[in-house]
Design a binder for this molecule. Structure first.
Ligand SMILES: Cc1ncc(COP(=O)(O)O)c(C=O)c1O
Length: 382
């Protein structure tokens, strides 16, 4: 299997598994217990908190461990909405956000909040003036993702955060596709809340984190979603997932050490892949190619059905980014927001590379995809 679906999830790095193993076997104590056994688990959690905070440029105590990005997003948006409701009930986000953000916003609309879903330009970038015009005195939160999971488009969050703060609102970013892969500094970027997930950067599934600003210039307050034993400073009760947290921390540390090298190596592979795929007639890239994450390319193959391509690319894992539910296959809301029609949106594939890909994978995929695209088009013509 050649795996080019790293934006969906990444392989657990064997070094991360090794770090987790003691905590899945003999070091099973509860991190809240005060006996020496528990203290060792507590120390391991403390180290992991430091490792993740170093990756984000925050203080360790500004992090809340969650079950992943979806939970972190729910806690951030609902937690802010409830806490700041007396100041206002208006939230701004973008049409191309992950469904975790969009669905929380839709839920809040049923609870009396008003949400503005900003459009994007055909290249996937937010138009800053539309944001400026949408900010209101009762806006409490602006949530804009850093890297889009389908196209890799990078939003100018530093600029967005500055405008948000000038209007007196909080700025949140879903950085699930960016953490561990590009430098992030919550201070210089002006981030108040940030979400991430371990399985997107070679850590385990079922663990993630929420950063909540506690330092100047503003201390963010949150209402908890989960009540109970008061873990994570009362923000997220429930016995800590020590092996998961250790894995998250170790994965963060490995990413921090190899970030520069991986960016240039994986970026070169993506460029090679993209050039090869664009040599196939009737193809083009979706999304701004300059402001784009180095591991992703989303390509339109005119006249080819993406599901047929996924099935036809035997031994290769890629994605079409469409939301698949039991009842329906919807076209990608991200591509529709960028102005593609339904037929075009159903003709796109996302290739997302990662740490374990090689040039051989890339060459194989270019070759298989060009043969398949020609076959599918001939099939339609005949
Ligand atoms: C941008 C983005 N946000 C949020 C999520 C949800 O992450 P998790 O699976 O950890 O809940 C994903 C994962 O698909 C994502 O790509």
């Amino acid at each position: 299997m050649i795996y080019l679906d790293n934006n969906a999830t990444t392989r657990l790095d064997p070094r991360v598994l090794e770090a987790m193993m003691p905590f899945l076997t003999e070091e099973y104590a509860n991190a809240a217990s005060t006996h020496p056994f528990g203290l060792r688990a507590h120390e391991a959690v403390k180290l992991a908190r430091q490792q993740v905070s170093q990756l984000l440029g925050c203080e360790p105590q500004e992090l809340i461990f969650t079950s992943g990005a979806t939970e972190a997003i729910n806690l951030a948006i609902k937690g802010v909405a409830e806490n700041y409701a007396s100041r206002g009930k208006h939230i701004i986000t973008v049409q191309t956000e992950h469904t975790a953000v969009l669905d929380v916003c839709r839920y809040l609309e049923t609870r009396g909040y008003e949400v503005t879903y900003l459009p994007v330009q055909p290249d996937g970038l937010l138009d800053i003036t539309t944001l400026q015009q949408s900010l209101r005195p009762d806006t409490i939160l602006v949530s804009v993702m850093l890297v889009n999971n389908e196209t890799g488009v990078i939003q100018p969050i530093q600029e967005i955060a500055a405008l948000t703060h000038a209007a007196g609102a909080l700025f949140m970013t879903d950085a699930t596709q960016a953490v561990g892969k590009m430098p992030i500094d919550v201070e210089t970027m002006g981030i108040d809340l940030l979400t991430c997930s371990g399985h997107k950067f070679y850590g385990p599934k079922g663990i993630g984190a929420l950063y909540v600003r506690q330092r100047k210039p503003r201390r963010v307050k949150l209402e908890a979603l989960l009540h109970g034993g008061g873990h994570e400073r009362g923000w997220r009760s429930g016995t800590l997932n020590v092996p998961g947290i250790v894995g998250l921390g170790h994965a963060a540390e490995l990413c921090r050490q190899s970030m520069k090298e991986e960016a240039s190596r994986i970026g070169a592979l993506r460029d090679e892949l993209e050039a090869g795929l664009l040599a196939i007639p009737g193809t083009r890239v979706n999304g701004n190619r300059e402001h784009r994450h180095y591991n992703t390319t989303n390509i339109l193959f005119e006249g080819c059905d993406s599901d047929a391509m996924i099935m036809g690319l035997e031994g290769i894992a890629v994605s079409n980014g469409s939301a698949c539910t039991a009842a329906s296959m919807d076209p990608s809301h991200v591509l529709l927001a960028m102005g593609l029609d339904e037929t075009a949106a159903f003709s796109c594939l996302r290739f997302s590379l990662g740490r374990f890909n090689s040039l051989i994978d890339v060459e194989h995929i270019i070759n298989s995809t060009s043969i398949l695209a020609e076959k599918l088009r001939n099939y339609i013509l005949n």
